[in-house]
Design a binder for this molecule. Structure first.
Ligand code: ZN
Length: 286
């Protein structure tokens, strides 16, 4: 099943995509179960409640055809990002693969819907795409005992585009990347939040395209640090709250490599993770 939030920005409604009796995918309204898909919903066992309600046939069908989708999780307290978690991307960035996870932060107000209009920031000449596996935390994670325990704290996974401005990130930064990561709309999430039980997270194909031409094409199997390792590791340094999003790094094939031009107004970026859905953004000047 796939959790979605649909409707206008700031007024999204919760729904779930699941198979009906005829084997067709249908959208079901979750408004009777929850006002929104939030950390509070996840920590209260919301995913299990949705499964039970689907099984019982209690959820009304809702027509979301042609509707805007929002990010499938509302209001995380943090977006924690892992840098250079694919060896080939570290190499194309001119860096050695890291010995320990490198982290930086995106502000939660960078979140956008998966197909919302995206922005080239003012004074940008190096706006770049990054297809990335996003982890949504389901229960508070602090000082976890093991990577195995980390898996129990994960609610699900989503497709994320970690949009980046490389001059802001690397030259104007003073040494800390977040300046190049937090422009308006720089974190498109979704289209779906897929429960962790339904995903083989260590073997997902990730791809991106610019104006229909292929760019990134890799697999989460190529991560230096696996998802459970990352969540356990992060929990030794910070507390992850229900609903928080952890972005797990991007593979090779971004413009920073020098192989491709940076984005400009009018360009369209598509990114997709196997089983987690595809995004499509057209860029306009901020
Ligand atoms: Zn990234």
């Amino acid at each position: 099943m796939k959790l979605i939030r649909w409707g206008e920005p700031g007024a999204e409604k919760p729904a779930v995509l699941a198979m009906n009796g005829e084997g067709q995918e249908e959208a079901y309204d979750l408004s009777d179960l929850t006002l929104d898909i939030t950390g509070d919903f996840l920590v209260a066992g919301g995913i299990a409640a949705v499964r039970d309600a689907l099984k019982a046939g209690e959820l009304p069908v809702v027509d979301v055809e042609g509707q805007r989708l929002g990010a499938p999780i509302a209001r995380p307290s943090a977006i924690v990002c892992v840098g250079m978690n694919y060896a080939a991307h570290a190499a194309e960035s001119g860096s050695e693969p890291p010995n320990v996870p490198i982290i930086f932060f995106k502000t939660p107000n960078t979140i956008a819907g998966p197909c919302d209009t995206a922005f080239i920031p003012r004074n940008s000449s190096k706006t770049d795409w990054e297809v990335e596996l996003g982890v949504v935390i389901g229960q508070r994670a602090t000082y976890l005992d093991s990577p195995r325990q980390a898996t129990e704290r994960i609610a699900g996974y989503l497709t994320a585009n970690d949009l980046s401005e490389r001059t802001f990130q690397l030259e104007d930064s003073g040494g800390q990347w977040s300046k190049g990561k937090c422009a308006t709309g720089f974190s498109p999430l979704g289209p779906w939040l897929v429960p962790a039980d339904d995903v083989d997270v260590n073997n997902l194909r990730l791809r991106s395209w610019v104006n229909g031409e292929p760019r990134q094409d890799s697999s989460t199997a190529d991560m230096i640090f696996t998802v459970d390792f990352l969540i356990h590791h992060l929990s030794q340094y910070l507390t992850l709250e229900p609903g928080d999003v952890v972005l797990t790094g991007t593979p090779q094939g971004v413009a920073l490599s020098g192989k491709y031009p940076y984005l400009k107004a009018g360009d369209t970026v598509e990114i997709e993770i196997e089983g987690l859905g595809r995004q499509r953004q057209t860029f306009v000047p901020a």
